[in-house]
Design a protein around this ligand. Sequence first.
Ligand SMILES: NC(=O)C1=CN([C@@H]2O[C@H](COP(=O)(O)OP(=O)(O)OC[C@H]3O[C@@H](n4cnc5c(N)ncnc54)[C@H](OP(=O)(O)O)[C@@H]3O)[C@@H](O)[C@H]2O)C=CC1
Ligand SMILES: CC(C)CCC[C@@H](C)[C@H]1CC=C2C3=C(CC[C@@]21C)[C@@]1(C)CC[C@H](O)C[C@@H]1CC3
Length: 449
Amino acid sequence: MASPQGSLEFGGPLGAAALMLVLPATMFHLLLVARSGPARLLGPPPYLPGPEALWSPRALQLVLAWLGLQAALYLLPARKVRTRLAAARGRRAEGGLGEMKALSTLIGAPLCPQVAEGQELKNKSRLRYPINGFQALVVTTLLVGLGVSAGLPLDALPEMLLPLAFAATLTAFVFSLLLYLKALVAPASALAPGGNSGNPIYDFFLGRELNPRISSFDFKYFCELRPGLMAWVLINLALLLKEAELRGSPSLAMWLVNGFQLLYVADALWHEEAVLTTMDITHDGFGFMLAFGDLAWVPFTYSLQAQFLLYHPQPLGLPMASVICLINAIGYYVFRGANSQKNTFRKNPSDPRVADLETIPTATGRQLLVSGWWGMVRHPNYLGDLIMALAWSLPCGVSHLLPYFYLFYFTALLVHREARDEQQCLQKYGLAWREYCKRVPYRILPYVY
Ligand SMILES: NC(=O)C1=CN([C@@H]2O[C@H](COP(=O)(O)OP(=O)(O)OC[C@H]3O[C@@H](n4cnc5c(N)ncnc54)[C@H](OP(=O)(O)O)[C@@H]3O)[C@@H](O)[C@H]2O)C=CC1
Ligand SMILES: CC(C)CCC[C@@H](C)[C@H]1CC=C2C3=C(CC[C@@]21C)[C@@]1(C)CC[C@H](O)C[C@@H]1CC3
C-alpha cells in the first residue's frame, strides 16, 4: 500500500513478490525444522517435501470445513441479532433503555451491544459488525470437546500439519485472487488508501478493497480474529494431547505454552470490538498479506513453540515455571492495561477511569493521551505483547533458537507496524503528534527505543 506520502510500502512490487514467496517458504521451513532432530532455525530444512507430503484432499476438506464452521458461527447469532434488532426497533417508543432491554432479553445476554459500528468511512457511513467472537470460541470448544469424547482423533492433527498448512496457503491464495477480482467491480469509495497502485502483483499482495463484504458478511473482519486464532489454539491442544499420548502426560512446558496462548486468543475474542480500530481494518486492503497471515501464518507458525516441545521435550522446574508465569502476567498486565485505557478513552474521554489523564488536544477534535500507559512510551501495548512473546518461548529452554522465532519475527513486525502507525498519526494529527513525540520520546521500550 502507498504510505501517506504516496510511496509504496514493503519494497514495492518486487518486495511484495519476494514476500509472497518468502513467507510461505518460511512457514514450511519452520514446520519441517520443528520436528527434525537438530531443530536448527538457521540451518537447511531436513528434507524437501514432495507433492505427496503437501497435497491431501482430506486436509483441504478439513480447512474448508473449519472455515465453514467459523462462518456459520459468525453468521448465525448475527442474523438473530439483526432480526431481534428489527424487533427492538419496533419498540423505540419505549426509549433507548427499553430497546436495550428488549434486545438483551431476546438474545439471552446481559446488557451489552452485540453489534458494533466501525470507524467512519470515506462516504461518511459506518459498517456494522457482529460481536460474537467469544461466543464462537465457546461453541467451538464445546464442539471440539464433544467430538473428542466421541472419538474424534484430534491427536492425528500433528501428523497432518504440513498438508493442512499447504491447504490453508492454497485457500488463502485462491481467496485473495477472488478478492482481487471482486475489487475490479467495486466502487472507488470502497477501495483502500493503499493497494491500488495499478501494479497487479503489489495490489494483489496488499489488497485493493478496504472492507470486502457479501451482504453483511465482512471477510476481513471474519478472518482477522476467528478461523486463524482459533485454529492456533486447536493445534496447540492437539499437540498437548499427542504429548500426553506419547509420554503419559503433557509436560509443564506444554501446559504453560497452551495456557498463555489460550489466554491471548480468548482475550482478543473477548475484546473483539477493539479490532475495529486497528489499521488492518481501518486502513489496509484485504489481499494476500492478510489472508495468508490470518489463515495460514498465524495457526501454523504461532503454534511453533508447542510443535517444538512435542518433538524436543524440555525439563522445567516449578521455580522457573513460576518466574515465566510472572513474566507473562506482567506482559499481559501492560498489554491489556494499555489497550483498555486507550479503548476506554476513545469511547468516552470523560469515563472516570481515564478522565484524570493528561491529554494533548488535536485539530481533529480528538485528544491524545500523554500520561498513564500512553505517557510511558508511544506504544505500551506493543511492549506488553513483546514481554508475553518472551514468556511463550522461555518454557522451551535456551538450547535452541527455533522457539524464539516468534519473538524475533514479532519484534520486526511491531517495529515496522509502529513506523507505519507513526506516519498515519503524523498525517492525522500534524503538530499535535510532534508535540506528543517530544513529550513521550520513546516508541516501545523506555530509554532504549
Ligand atoms: N500478535 C500479533 O501478531 C499482533 C498483535 N498486535 C496487537 O494488537 C493490538 C493493536 O495494535 P495496533 O492495531 O497496531 O495499534 P494500536 O492499538 O497501538 O493503535 C494505534 C492507534 O492508537 C491511537 N493512539 C496512538 N497514540 C495514542 C495516544 N497517545 N492517545 C490516544 N490514542 C492514541 C491512534 O489512533 P486514533 O488516534 O485514530 O485512535 C493510533 O493510530 C496491540 O496490542 C498489538 O500489540 C498487532 C499486530 C499483530
Ligand atoms: C504474514 C505477514 C508476516 C503479516 C501477517 C500479519 C498478521 C498475522 C497480523 C496483522 C495484524 C494482526 C492482529 C492480530 C493477529 C495477527 C494479525 C492478523 C491480533 C488479532 C492478535 C490478538 C490481539 O489482541 C489483536 C491483534 C490485532 C492485529
